[in-house]
Design a protein around this ligand. Structure first.
Ligand SMILES: [Zn+2]
Length: 221
């Protein structure tokens, strides 16, 4: 298998299920319009899609406006698309210059990812796996997936959801999940005091006089 391409990301962003998501948090809205904006930036090449080498992880880099994809079969099944969509929420915040802490930024991406997955498949259901060694990374991830699913269903998302506005509050449940994220192996560097820099999309593709395209760093509009 190869890593997902720009076209795979563009295709994931057209999944109609995505357009049932309408999450308000603080001063930001995660919705179809935002996914449309991100899609245009990717289509234009201003946000560059880079094919990564990991089977499990994808990344969005706010500094160089690149989305690095994970491996998987194409066309992507929804659970693979969900990770690309997670990264596109990071990109949406960057585009909006919505700056919040690293942990809050991450949690909002997971909430969106899981809402999309719950609405994509009636069978989506995580259960606690008691065979995992207590305190292990696998056990922590398993508990996180169970808890965030419960939380997102509690917001009103299920397989039959048609849409509607969901307000996410910075309340005890949200803070609890944020703490859980901080305990996960790949997120221990994040804090709830240091901000993620969302500086805008600071690259743009230009056509040269001789007709080829070049992606240059710009001031961030
Ligand atoms: Zn993330």
């Amino acid at each position: 298998m190869a890593a997902y391409t720009k076209q795979d990301v563009l295709d994931a962003l057209l999944d109609p299920v995505l357009y049932k998501i309408n999450i308000i948090f603080d001063t930001v809205v995660i919705n179809g319009m935002g996914f449309g904006f991100v899609r245009s930036q990717i289509a234009a090449g201003n946000i560059e899609v880079v094919q990564g080498s990991s089977s499990a992880n994808a990344y969005y880099n706010t500094g160089d406006d690149t989305l690095t994809t994970q491996d998987g079969p194409s066309p992507a099944p929804y659970w693979k698309k969900s990770l690309l969509i997670h990264e596109c929420v990071h990109a949406m915040f960057d585009l909006y210059k919505y700056t919040t802490t690293g942990l809050t930024n991450e949690l909002l991406c997971y909430i969106t990812q899981v809402a999309y997955e719950i609405m994509s498949d009636a069978r989506y259901k995580y259960s606690l796996d008691s065979s995992l060694a207590a305190g292990s990374n696998d056990a922590k991830w398993n508990k996180f997936w169970v808890d965030i699913e419960t939380y997102v269903r509690g917001l009103g998302y299920d397989y039959t959801t048609n849409g509607g506005v969901v307000i996410v509050k910075d309340d005890a449940a949200f803070k609890g999940l944020r703490t859980q994220i901080n305990g996960l192996n790949i997120y221990q560097h994040l804090t709830n005091t240091t901000n993620y820099s969302s500086d805008g999309i600071c690259h743009q593709v230009y056509k040269t006089p001789w007709g080829t395209n070049v992606r240059l760093e710009t001031s961030c509009p």
